[in-house]
Design a protein around this ligand. Structure first.
Ligand SMILES: NC(=O)c1ccc[n+]([C@@H]2O[C@H](COP(=O)([O-])OP(=O)(O)OC[C@H]3O[C@@H](n4cnc5c(N)ncnc54)[C@H](OP(=O)(O)O)[C@@H]3O)[C@@H](O)[C@H]2O)c1
Length: 247
């Protein structure tokens, strides 16, 4: 299944671990060139490994809260490889806690990374894709972008926002032949629960993930599916859960 993937230039944010890393590895194995934004820096991402094996990877230290770093990531892809085919706005965090705990710093961080980070990714890639008259945005929402529950109001708000932005973007980029996909995973085994600092929420989430979470390549395959469609087919939404996940 390398159609639509081989030789594509794909930029991924949040590539240090989890969904971003799994996607970089799968797409690279299928012949894509991956340009990885890693908040922890190049050595912590799949990039070095992929670079040394395939020579078709580039990694930049990228904090998606900093607009200039996201722009530098995308501009490097274009300068090095001549274009950007796919922008995967994946970086995110999920420090769940009831609102009454007033973890306002964590609210700010989720808004900065999960919403503004996606916007900065759009701002960085859109001008190139408009000029190319081709491109594909893949934004990462969540089951929490479809339903809210106690303890994850702010996280859900950020993931609803990603869906709203993606749908608005989809409608606006029609003249430029740009595709827009939003992927909403259920529980996937990654480092995401590590961002929960509230002890009660952390215990609940870890137990839940231990019981139901599926491997990160489930997400990578969803990305590959969206990318591998013919150019005139735009997969707009993918919502998936582990088969055992009830919520
Ligand atoms: N795992 C799930 O169950 C699940 C379900 C639905 C949606 N999602 C979404 O999937 C996306 C990826 O999460 P994951 O599950 O793969 O978790 P993860 O393993 O914790 O990966 C999250 C990635 O985002 C990066 N990140 C965090 N803050 C950043 C910043 N300021 N700038 C750049 N990168 C930053 C992290 O890098 P550092 O650690 O280096 O900061 C990490 O590489 C997130 O948007 C998450 O909300 C996950």
């Amino acid at each position: 299944m390398t159609q639509g993937i081989k030789d594509k230039i794909v930029v991924v944010t949040g590539a240090s671990s989890g969904l971003g890393e799994a996607t970089a590895r799968l797409l690279s194995a299928q012949g894509a060139t991956v340009v990885l934004g890693a908040a922890r820096g190049p050595s912590a991402s799949a990039g070095e490994d992929l670079e040394s094996r395939a020579g078709k990877a580039l990694t930049l230290t990228t904090d998606v809260r900093l607009r200039e770093q996201v722009k530098a990531l995308v501009d490097s892809a274009v300068q090095t490889y001549g274009r950007i085919d796919v922008m995967i706005n994946n970086a995110g965090l999920m420090p769940q806690a009831p609102l009454e705990r007033l973890k306002v710093d964590e609210w700010d961080r989720m808004i900065d990374v999960n919403i503004k980070g996606v916007l900065y990714g759009i701002a960085a890639a859109l001008p190139h894709m408009q000029r190319q008259k081709a491109g594909h945005f893949i934004n990462v929402s969540s089951v929490a972008g479809h339903r809210v529950g106690p303890g994850f109001a702010v996280y859900a708000a950020t993931k609803y926002a990603v869906r709203a932005l993606s749908e608005g973007l989809r409608q606006e980029v029609k003249p430029y032949n740009i595709r827009t996909t939003v992927i909403s995973p259920g529980a996937v085994a990654t480092e995401l629960p590590d961002s929960v600092t509230d002890p009660d929420a952390s215990k609940r989430i870890r137990t839940f993930y231990e019981q139901v979470a599926v491997p990160a390549d489930s997400f990578a395959r969803a990305v590959a599916f969206a990318m591998s469609q013919p150019e005139d087919v735009d997969i707009n939404e993918i919502l998936y859960r582990p088969t055992r996940q009830e919520l």
